[in-house]
Structures are given as C-alpha cells and as structure tokens.
Design a protein around this ligand. Structure first.
Ligand code: ADP
Ligand code: MG
Length: 272
C-alpha cells in the first residue's frame, strides 16, 4: 500500500532524513518517535509534498508520489491530509467555515472567492463535527475554543477531504493530558472505523505505545527502530532518543532537544 524507499532529504550539508525505507501493507496507525531534530517532520512534509525529497521514492497504491505534478499532485495532497501541532485554523473564522476549508482543493476557484459552499458539504461538515463531539461549537470562532477542541476542528477539516492517509505532526504536543487523550482517541477511532491510515509524529513514548499498531523510531534522520509497541522496550527507547543512563520513560522529544537543530530551525525561520 505504502512503500518508502531509500528516502533522503538534505539541507545543505545537513541530512535531515537519511536513506529511510519501510513498507506498510494495509492501513495502520503508525507512530513516529525520536528526539527533536530527528527528521520526523521532514519525513511527513515529503509524504505530503510540502517539501521535495533529495533522493528516494514514495509509492502509494501504485502512485509514484514524489513524481506527481499539477492536478495529480493536488489530488494526492487531498488524499493525505495534514494535522499540525498548532492546529493551523483561521482563528477569527467560525468553526464550520474552517472545516469547509478542507474541501477547497476540490472546488472551483470562483465559488471559493465568494465563500459558496454546497449545502451537502455544510451538512457533511456538521456531521463530522458531531462525530468528533464538537458540533455545539459549529458557529463559534475557532479562537474561542480550547486547544483540544481546535485540534478536533482540524481533524474535522482533514476528514472533509475524505483522505486515505492522515499525517499528524505532533498533534497533541500543545495539549493538556485530558485533551491529548481525546484527540488521540479520535484519531484511533477514525483509523478503526474508516480504515484510514494514520501516521503521527508523537513526542511521548507512552502515547505511541498506547495508540499505535506500529512504531518507527528515528535518530539523526535514520530509522533505527521499526516494530510493535511491545518491542519498544526502555532499552530500545533509550537508543532511539540517544539518551544516557538517566533516560526516563516520561521524557519527550520536546524535552530532549537537539540544540544544533533548534538553532538551525530558528535561523531558517528568521530567513523566511
Ligand atoms: N527548512 C529547513 N531548512 C534547513 N534545515 C532544516 C529545515 N527543516 C528541518 N531542518 C533540519 O532537518 C533536521 C530534521 O528536522 P525535523 O524534520 O524538523 O525534525 P523533527 O521533526 O524530528 O524535530 C534538523 O537538523 C533540522 O535542523
Ligand atoms: Mg518536528
């Protein structure tokens, strides 16, 4: 179903993703773990074609993802919806309109300009919000909602695309434990009930163990672990995080930071 073959991404002399390969034969819930700077986000961004790979291939159901152009590339981006740590909603816009944004890729430009949504899309948006337990907030501005609710709006927007794959980049890193649980359970349910593949970069070990069927561990751009939650022992985790004997199971990638990577990202952001 999904084949990632010798995927590499370099930024100058820095190799963010280094010869990564894995295959997935049916929809799974996959967690990617590793310290900050390990290459997790870069991998998801290549999957979604937000950034180009330097070398290697991604194939999904026969499509050569990295070679797609124009309309085919947009169709692929619609097939693999992204969810971000910071939700990326339009804060002042109401919740339903934010969700309806998920259909933009499939609509003619002019109807977009005039904010004209087909009635059936509006009903579908409300149904999805209902499913995620936030339909009561449909008319509110997104910014009025809690972080956990906003992330569920972002999931609703993703579902509006009817994607085959959901890519989530640290979807719960900004949430308190209770909301984190609600969001992870929503993703798991979407996987179980709809048969959509979910690939989530996760910043805590226990989340990966609890919700995922398969865990991929990245270190310095390389895949250093690929197995079941049961195989992800403390020793293996210590190796993935490159942490010393003081490694704690509660440690997270947001705590175990790579200072060099952090500086580079800040510099890159300033440059943009
Ligand atoms: N746009 C960019 N320009 C330059 N270097 C980048 C850029 N994005 C990521 N990197 C570098 O690639 C490496 C992997 O980063 P990233 O994929 O964000 O890791 P993670 O998501 O695991 O924290 C880091 O060394 C980071 O500094
Ligand atoms: Mg990241």
């Amino acid at each position: 179903m999904l084949v990632v073959d010798q995927l590499t991404k370099r930024f100058g002399a820095n190799t963010a993703v280094d010869n990564a390969s894995f295959t997935v034969d049916r929809p799974k819930m996959i967690g990617i773990i590793g310290r900050s700077g390990a290459g997790k986000s870069t991998f998801l961004r290549m999957m979604n074609r937000l950034t180009d790979a330097t070398e290697g291939e991604i194939r999904f159901e026969g499509r050569n993802v990295l070679a797609l152009k124009g309309a085919e590339k947009r169709a692929w981006q619609s097939d693999c919806a992204m969810i971000f740590q910071q939700f990326n909603l339009v804060p002042r816009m109401d919740v339903v309109s934010n969700v309806l944004h998920g259909t933009l890729a499939k609509r003619p430009a002019l109807s977009t300009v005039f904010n004209l949504y087909p009635r059936e899309d509006i009903h579908r948006a409300i149904d999805i919000l209902e499913r995620l337990g936030i339909a009561d907030h449909a008319a509110k501005r997104a910014e009025a909602l809690s972080g956990g609710q906003q992330q569920r709006v972002a999931i609703a927007r993703a579902l509006m695309q009817d994607p085959k794959v959901i890519l989530a980049d640290e979807p719960i890193a900004s949430l308190d434990p209770m909301n984190a649980q609600i969001v992870m359970e929503a993703l798991r349910r979407i996987h179980d009930e709809d048969g959509r593949m979910v690939i989530a970069n996760l910043h805590t070990l226990d989340t990966a163990r609890r919700y995922c069927d398969r865990v991929i561990g990245m270190r310095d751009g390389r895949i250093v672990f690929d197995g079941t939650p049961e195989q992800l022992t403390t020793g293996v985790a210590r190796d993935i995080y490159g942490a010393g004997a003081d490694f704690s199971e509660d440690a997270t990638s947001t705590e175990i930071r790579d200072p060099v990577a952090e500086t580079e990202i800040r510099q890159a952001e300033v440059a943009i």
